[in-house]
Design a protein around this ligand. Sequence first.
Ligand code: ATP
Ligand code: MG
Length: 565
Amino acid sequence: MKQSKMFIPTLREVPADAEVTSHRLLLRAGYMRQTSSGVYSYLPLGKKVLKKIEEIVREEMDNTGANEILMPTLQQAELWQESERWFSYGPELMRMRDRHNREFALGPTHEEVVTSLVRDELASYKKLPLTLYQIQTKFRDEKRPRFGLLRGREFIMKDAYSFHANQESLDEVYEDLFQAYSNVFSRCGLNFRAVIADSGAMGGKDTHEFMVLSEIGEDTIAYSDSSDYAANIEMAPVVATYEKSSEAQKELEKVSTPDQKSIEDISSFLNVDATACIKSLLFKVDDKFVLVLVRGDHEVNDIKVKNLLEATIVELATPEETAEVLGCEVGSLGPINVKNVEVIADHAVASIVNGVCGANEKDYHFVNVNPDRDFEVSQYADIRFIQEGDASPCGNGTIKFAMGIEVGHVFKLGTRYSESMGANFLDENGKSKPMIMGCYGIGVSRTLAASAEQYNDEKGLVWPKQLAPFHVHLIPVNMKNEEQATLGNELYASLKAKGFDVLIDDRNERAGVKFNDSDLMGLPVRVTVGKKASEGIVEVKNRKTGDSAEVHVDQLVETINEILG
Ligand code: ATP
Ligand code: MG
């Protein structure tokens, strides 16, 4: 391509509202533009990278035997009412009406559409398993669209859905898709981990998220320093065992603790370790209240509480609710003398001897508290967040934390949608059964941003060959110089003929402008045609390492191939 004919509006200034590197660079290097909050246009360079990612995804999906289709964005409300998500999906679902006042949604995901499609067309086990996928624009009215393409309101997703006659078949396809996803992110050259995740609102069981490791990631990953174990911290089980001290139990005592509310306050005021404090939090679990206890140095994991109590909604009680139920402030809560409220506790609490807890009375705490002697617990369970330094649940090594950007998600759905929407098939014995389903998503536009987040330096983007919009940036320094222009054009033609993807900067711009733009755009190889054009010598620069060398045009192809690897 000729740069003079290409729409690449680079920016000198750093856009004020772009908080993260990928967002800043994709705007500055002219890869994309925002049209409204969380909604973007992909400009030629951005579109080219997107296409490369899509092609990798497509190849890997096709390799699993999945069929590519394209489903509608516009989805009638009836489908969402059948699955009962019309109401439960909440304000993220973009809703609209047509001219006949019929309700529609702009698809945030396609379980409903694909389930109705397969339900109406497929009736026998002989046609199963079947995996369908598409690469398509999704709409989600995110509460906080941010970080450019990382969290958009309109974004590109590859979504796939598999249908099965039995669980073994789902397990097999899940394995294949898991491998395909690993291949996709490896081929993109991303530093990622597949982590065990929570099934959340989708109502499934087995699920993994693919996380690109990055400081700006929104998810915390707990991983083992000695194995490939990794889990979303929401999910990682704690296997710690706690030693109970042999100290004799002392007499329970209520002490005055004016203005001491947090665990930190209390432990310094009473001069006790946080591990001797009992942290008490009142939660609203569906329609009842539950007092949840963890050790002072631990944090309650509400997802574990939710799973333990098989609840739908678990949220911290408001100060008003707390006052009503326990008659005190949030900072003074404790389990002693609590009536009519279930008390559950983390395993670590059971081993506290002569500990400290709130007295359900402003400015008072109990000391010498001993669980089971001074209060009852309905069940002890693992309900805290794993912490750095804990033993890894896999039995190998210790836990470390890293931040991750979720780029993919594989999920065993089971019969959640086939049952509510009546997607049944006849088995070998002619018996009607709901199909078993899996679903699998890749954030294609998010992967573009996550890649930009990984591949950059202080001057701009630094693409690897497999994602770069072009392989070679050919820069005749001065297009008005006939020798430079001629050699530039000759090399452009010959490199293209050899199969390289070349962008020639044929603009009449100053050298400084050309080089700055080139650094920003980040193509892997730069070939500069300058003063030595008459001798057939050009400069070849590796964008990633910054290494450059003068080479004769006869050696150019070889040198470029060395850099591209
Ligand atoms: P998140 O927790 O980040 O909101 P999600 O759990 O809602 O993600 P899924 O419903 O599993 O995501 O969607 C599949 C994939 O689509 C995700 O793994 C992610 O890569 C991508 N994705 C989801 N929401 C967005 C968004 N708002 N912008 C860009 N990509 C997104
Ligand atoms: Mg989401």
